[in-house]
Design a protein around this ligand. Structure first.
Ligand SMILES: [Zn+2]
Length: 328
């Protein structure tokens, strides 16, 4: 048999959970970025996957300011059922595990070398389904340890670390008085009870009159022109194509300190994961991808763990806890 000369070694990402846990446990500033894959197990349709929505819908026709200005009824007909889907969905084990890192008791056990021990990790999500926030609220509400009974300021700090960069399906902005509202109420206007109208409006076969769409002051708007009750058309509080994502300054500021970045449920190649990963790597940090299946660009990560996030993320924390227990 011929001895083939060894080629230049190409550095491949590792799947060594022990090795990654050891790096995570000594992190001084961990960061998390989540994408659609995180919510797949909660039943939220993804955009670019096998059954992705953008395969059947042109995003520019429903997810841009121009589209909303041209035909607000069509955009609402697209978003309202989607919002209902998000409200009906429940966070999964991955949401809860990531939320648990905001609890002081969990954080002080897992991350013993934090630069800012009183601050939860930077937690950025690209999802507007609100599930990361709901998991965080429930986790804070149900925490048992006395260390985890947060006062209102600490709770606000935990919330502030969770950045929903693409907005939230619970939020709306009045196009007239610019008031921002947050509500889980549904439907937002009676017209959304008529599924036939919604289907036709979605396909552009019918238009919904603006006065039937969600308005500032609610369906029973009484003609007031006061701030927050002005009767103006509401727009979904979602960041559309061509708009600036939320929290960019805060993300950039913290990202320069992040030494371990968990990329969960999103391809590491697409924006923003790609640029976040580049920043972290440039500063000597470690990037780990947790995604259902391999995607292009994963070879730039230091670690990759394939499988459903609702399994790989709880497994990660369990393994880290095990290592800590063994070391004691
Ligand atoms: Zn208004």
């Amino acid at each position: 048999m011929l001895d083939l000369p060894s080629e230049n070694p190409i550095s491949q990402p590792s799947s060594d959970l022990d090795a990654f846990c050891n790096i995570l446990l000594s992190s001084k500033c961990p960061g998390i970025l989540t994408g659609a894959g995180l919510s797949a197990a909660s039943g939220i349709t993804t955009y670019r996957g096998t059954n992705g929505q953008w395969l059947t819908t042109n995003p520019m026709e429903v997810a841009s300011l121009q589209a909303f200005q041209d035909n607000p009824g069509r955009v609402w007909a697209y978003y309202h059922p989607k919002r209902d889907q998000c409200i009906a969905a429940k966070p999964n084990a991955a949401h809860y595990t990531l939320a648990s890192l905001s609890l002081p008791s969990v954080r002080s056990r897992i991350f013993r070398k934090l630069l800012q021990p009183d601050k939860p990790p930077l937690y950025v999500t690209q999802n507007f389904d609100g599930l990361c926030r709901r998991a965080l609220d429930e986790t804070l509400d149900n925490a048992q340890s006395p260390d985890d009974r947060l006062d209102p300021d600490e709770r606000d700090a935990a919330h502030a670390r969770l950045i929903e960069m693409h907005g939230s399906c619970y939020r709306f902005t009045c196009t007239q008085c610019k008031c921002v509202k947050t509500t889980a109420e549904t439907p937002l206007a009676l017209v959304f009870n008529d599924h036939a109208v919604i289907e036709k409006a979605k396909n552009g076969e019918e238009t919904i009159a603006v006065e039937h769409l969600p308005r500032c002051g609610g369906p029973e708007w009484s003609g007031s022109n006061r701030y927050g009750r002005c009767g103006g058309l509401l727009r979904p509080g979602i960041v559309w194509f061509g708009e600036i994502p939320e929290g960019q300054g805060e993300i950039t500021r913290i990202l320069t300190k992040v030494d371990v970045l968990l990329v969960v449920g999103t391809s590491s190649l697409v924006h923003p994961a790609a640029s976040y990963a580049t920043t972290v790597k440039k500063n000597g940090g470690t990037v780990a991808v947790f995604n259902l299946a391999p995607s292009q660009g994963d070879d730039k990560a230091d670690f990759v763990f394939y499988g459903p996030c609702e399994k790989t993320i709880p497994d990660l924390l369990e393994h880290a806890e095990q290592l800590l227990a063994n070391a004691e």
